[in-house]
Design a protein. Structure first.
Length: 400
């Protein structure tokens, strides 16, 4: 008998999402009755605003939503996204330049599929969201990490990008505010990077999913606002998940030049067709409705941000840059490595994260999920009491 043909080599090489893996482990321990505090998931703990839920309930009563609709999204939602793009990213686009996707993750995947050819190098500033390198590889591209540490507030410079550029470089990933670091590029830094990309004909895939979550008067300036000329080689990806506490609704989008959107739309027509119509109707309500609760969410995140930075900074051995966007803090933990805690001497942030979970019942994501070792990501999108309890456990664990 002939042996079965092998599984896909490309998919076999793809790693599971590290953040989801840690979150699943934390939830499993909670289910066993252990009092785990998890900082792993990038997911607001708030309920979706009621007026959005009501819009979905109303949509359920309309039989038109039980049918196929345009693969690129409901016209009304594409119009609302175009309006948001002008409002928040400073770019005027036609609704035909918008594709509605099953969450922001699908828009990231399709963006790389649209502009990456086999062997193309994609400059990936690190620390990076764990999905980017895998999505690049799925497009047969080659991720090229460009690392910026805590001393640079985790923000890469034009000089670093230029040093990493080769004749095979075709794409740059730009994320501001950043997951995992919470860093926000200044308008000047953003404009400089956009100008560099324009000069060298490099596509920019700009993930703006956290653009409405900034603090201390900081604004997340879009690359297309900083330098409008770069819009012809930029794809913006975004969604309702973080701003409106709608992670499970799975509505994202991509915005870009007509030719790139055309081929991405062709892909989606075969990949998924339209996004759930009820969720699309909810997203219309979110974007067009009152922003009062979204602002309340942002204010709550800001309060938690100040608390976690203040409390983590009390731990000797941690370097805690001040994040001004998203809902993550990304401490440099190298000062804790090589020291013995509870009989264990961690030498990597992966080992440190295991120690923290075992000895303090606190779940954090190690830096290896986002680039080099020596860091941990902690989401402060959890309740105030849990947030403080978890950090106090770390303070007791690492008390010297």
């Amino acid at each position: 008998m002939t042996e079965r043909a092998p599984l896909s080599r490309k998919l076999s090489a793809i790693a599971e999402s590290a953040t989801l893996k840690v979150d699943a482990k934390a939830k499993a321990l909670k289910a066993e009755g252990k009092p785990v505090v998890s900082y792993a998931a990038g997911e607001p703990d708030f309920a979706t605003p009621q007026f959005i839920v009501d819009a979905a309930a109303e949509a359920l009563a309309n039989p038109a939503n039980y049918r196929y609709t345009p693969a690129a999204g409901l016209p009304e939602l594409r119009e609302a996204i175009a309006a948001k793009t002008l409002r928040d990213s400073g770019l005027e686009v036609s609704p035909s330049q918008v594709i509605v996707t099953n969450g922001g993750k699908q828009s990231v995947y399709q963006a790389f599929q649209a502009v990456v050819n086999p062997g193309d190098e994609v400059l990936l500033p690190a620390p990076y969201w764990t999905t980017y390198p895998e999505a690049i590889r799925l497009a047969d591209g080659v991720p090229v990490e460009v690392f910026a540490g805590a001393d640079q507030e985790y923000k890469v410079t034009v000089d670093q990008l230029e040093a990493a550029r080769t004749d095979r470089t075709t794409v740059l990933v730009f994320v501001s505010p950043s997951n995992p670091t919470g860093s926000v590029y200044s308008p000047e830094e953003t404009a400089a990077i956009a100008a560099w990309a324009l000069e060298h004909g490099v596509w920019i895939i700009s993930d703006e999913i956290y653009q409405n979550l900034t603090y201390e008067g900081v604004k997340a300036t879009s690359v297309v606002e900083a330098l409008p000329e770069v819009a012809g080689q930029t794809i913006l990806v975004n969604g309702v998940a973080k701003t409106y506490a709608m992670t499970g609704w799975r509505v994202g989008w991509m915005v870009g030049p007509a030719d790139a959107i055309k081929i991405a739309g062709n892909l989606q027509s075969h990949l998924t067709s339209n996004v759930n119509n009820v969720a699309q109707r909810a997203a219309i309500a979110a974007l067009n409705g009152p922003q009062t609760e979204a602002e309340q969410f942002r204010e709550a995140f800001d309060r938690r941000r100040k608390l976690i930075v203040s409390e983590l900074s009390k731990i000797d051995g941690l370097v805690v840059p001040n994040p001004t966007g998203a809902f993550y803090v990304y401490p440099d933990v190298q000062g804790l490595l090589g020291r013995t805690w509870g009989g264990v001497t961690p030498t990597t942030s992966l080992e440190l994260a295991d120690l923290i979970l075992d000895q303090a019942e606190v779940a954090v994501v190690p830096g290896e999920a986002f680039g080099p070792s020596g860091y941990i990501r902690m989401s402060y999108a959890l309740g105030d009491d849990q947030l403080l309890e978890g950090v106090q456990r770390l303070q007791r664990l690492f008390a010297s």
